[in-house]
Design a protein around this ligand. Structure first.
Ligand SMILES: Nc1ncnc2c1ncn2[C@@H]1O[C@H](COP(=O)(O)OP(=O)(O)OP(=O)(O)O)[C@@H](O)[C@H]1O
Ligand SMILES: [Mg+2]
Length: 335
């Protein structure tokens, strides 16, 4: 039996704009715009609680822009405002050349979305989920069926076309959500933690797929807690804390600016005692749990101080984006 697509159509988050809207082929917003997303002094409050506070940034067409920040920093709220699903308290948002939320439906015609939490129809098959979603864009059944094989191949789900989503692994579901986001051949992808909870194989596959989309000229706005993901994929990043931008730049620029020297991690001793021992040779020192992080312009001098002390494990490495994140947002748990 074929999928019951018609019963899933309302309410559609991707309704076309007005009865005089578009022909069957999906019309998209301004495909020539060199700016994919522009936020100008955007604020969002719930009651008297400010969750996004005067945020401005611009995402150029074709770039991968990352939003980083601790839990509750406002990343998902920002993605929802860009989609027109949450209305900002004040400020201006332009997406693919059109104002949002005023013309959000038109903007969404050119956007593919991977929400933070999968919202697939669990009882439907993989193919049925794609059919239902394509119908939100007013694509015909034939149009959708014509592109399903390429979407399944993209997501490496060819053998699962007729499997119910409830029977798929978490990685497969995430890949299906990504495939689903591509059904309208969007110019812009908004991915809210696309690989959280996935095993390394699934994660690497998705990274490879996202890179191939960037190579095809797509624009990506990505939120993530996985610093390796941000470092590998993002051209530029914006680090948020409590709804405010605390840093913006290219990953390597941020690493150079914020850290700019080797990092020595020391485990196994009393980190506070060790800290006193090496502090005069470090640019900066942090203790997190049982680990001492020592940012050292001259790592040899630090190592000499620690030489001969029993039970220590010492790791010297290049600085990375996780150091930047923790430096900017602190090593304490944020909730
Ligand atoms: N509808 C809502 N009503 C009230 N508060 C909300 C609502 N949506 C979000 N918030 C609050 O806004 C803040 C930002 O939430 P948001 O989900 O945007 O954070 P996030 O950066 O995506 O976090 P995470 O990394 O955990 O996904 C949180 O404190 C959250 O509780
Ligand atoms: Mg979130």
């Amino acid at each position: 039996m074929g999928p019951q697509v018609s019963c899933r159509l309302e309410p559609s988050p991707f309704e076309r704009e007005g009865p005089t809207g578009f022909s069957v082929k999906i019309s998209t917003p301004d495909s020539m715009s060199t700016v994919a997303i522009d936020l100008a002094d955007v604020k969002k409050s719930y009651g008297d609680r400010s969750v996004v506070d005067g945020l401005s940034f611009t995402v150029a067409a074709g770039e991968c822009f990352g939003l980083l920040g601790p839990n509750g920093a406002g990343k998902s709220t920002i993605t929802r405002m860009i989609l027109g699903m949450t209305t900002p308290s004040t400020g201006e948002i332009t997406v693919l050349g059109v104002p949002v939320p005023a013309r959000a439906r038109l903007a969404r015609m050119g956007i593919g979305v991977v929400p933070q939490f999968d919202n697939l129809d669990l009882e439907f098959t993989v193919r049925e989920n794609l059919l239902v979603f394509g119908r939100y864009f007013r694509m015909s059944k034939n149009e959708i069926e014509a592109i399903i094989p390429s979407l399944l191949e993209f997501a490496r789900l060819e053998s699962k076309a007729d499997a119910r989503v409830v029977d798929l692994s978490g990685g497969m579901r995430r890949r299906l959500t990504l495939a689903r986001a591509l059904i309208n051949d969007p110019q812009l992808l908004i991915l809210d933690e696309p690989t959280t909870g996935l095993d390394p194989h699934a994660r690497h596959l998705i990274w490879e797929r996202l890179r191939s989309l960037l190579a095809r000229g797509k624009t990506i706005l990505l939120t993530t807690h996985i610093m390796e993901e941000a470092e590998r994929l993002c051209d530029r990043l914006c680090v948020l804390e409590e709804g405010r931008k605390i840093a913006e730049g290219r990953p390597q620029e941020l690493i150079d600016e914020q850290i700019g020297c080797q990092v020595i991690e020391v485990y196994g001793g009393n980190p506070h005692e060790l800290s006193a021992l090496v502090s005069s040779y470090a640019r900066h020192i942090e203790v997190s749990g049982e680990t001492l992080f020592c940012y050292a312009p001259d790592p040899e001098q630090v190592r000499v101080q620690l030489d001969g002390r029993a039970g220590l494990r010492i790791l010297q490495r290049a600085p990375n984006l996780e150091d930047v994140f923790l430096r900017l947002t602190g090593r304490e748990l944020k909730d």
